[in-house]
Write a protein that binds this ligand. Structure first.
Ligand code: PGA
Length: 244
């Protein structure tokens, strides 16, 4: 795992945007795995700026998002489809038909999960997967537990995640209790992974990445088995780094 510690969130966003942009420049028809949440917003803004300045072309890019609440309508402003349209897709020259988010409106979530996993494979797999991390170590909505799922699946959100995500909702009762998410195996199949970690509240989850252990109660530790992970974190998340 290559580790880049940035002084602050702005620097983290700029570094992440450079890596994403390089991927797209080197392979204009890249398959990108994308993430929602607060962390990637600064990077998305920079990518949109590069696109608007004529420095980056998304016309051949294909994207697959990690996850979506279930059930949720695409037009609901809390849906991840809405988030992606607002924060990135509407600001760049991507073909919206090339953007994929698990369908929170699907009648049968299991069928939708199988379709999503197949759609990624049919495109040839993800070239670069962007990830954030939850305070509890989740990646996508792969929540800590005794077991983890390898493929795209429907999952219950933990109390910790519901509480963390309630900041985007009027009240905590409004946060959906389930989600569709790529599995750990779907994520690890990506050729490259870019993990962004910002803020002091992620410190404990982040420090587990600097030990040799893999723990299902911190799903992000599974990233240790992947041969090509770039971790960008800010000083607030890194603190003094791993205990000596
Ligand atoms: P955040 O979420 O970027 O909003 O902190 C990350 C996550 O929960 O994966």
């Amino acid at each position: 795992m290559r580790v880049i510690v940035c002084e602050n969130y702005e620097e983290l966003s700029a570094q992440a945007a450079k890596i994403m942009a390089s991927q797209i420049i080197l392979k204009p028809n890249s398959i990108l795995g994308l993430a929602t949440g607060s962390t990637p917003v600064g990077m998305y803004n920079r990518l949109a700026e590069m696109n608007q300045n004529g420095d980056l072309d998304f016309s051949k890019v294909i994207t697959f998002n990690l996850d979506e609440y279930y059930p949720i309508e695409k037009t609901n402003c809390q849906s991840y489809r809405y988030f992606m349209n607002e924060n990135l897709f509407s600001k760049i020259n991507i073909d919206i038909n090339n953007t994929h988010v698990p369908n929170g409106e699907a009648a049968d979530p299991m069928v939708e999960c199988a379709r999503y996993e197949r759609a990624i494979a049919d495109c040839g797999g993800i070239d670069l997967q962007l990830l954030g991390i939850g305070q509890n170590g989740h990646i996508g909505f792969n929540e800590p537990g005794e077991t983890l799922s390898s493929v795209t699946h429907i999952t219950d959100l933990t109390e910790n995640t519901i509480k963390a995500n309630s900041r985007f909702f009027d009240k905590i009762e409004d946060v959906p209790k389930k989600a569709l998410t790529m599995g750990i195996g779907s994520i690890l199949k990506a050729k490259k992974i870019l993990l962004l970690v910002s803020g002091q509240n992620k410190h404990d989850a982040l420090m587990d990445l600097f030990t040799p252990e893999i723990k299902t109660n911190n799903p992000a530790t599974l990233l240790k088995v992947h041969p090509d992970v770039i971790l960008i974190c800010d000083r607030a998340a890194y603190g003094d780094g791993p205990a000596k």
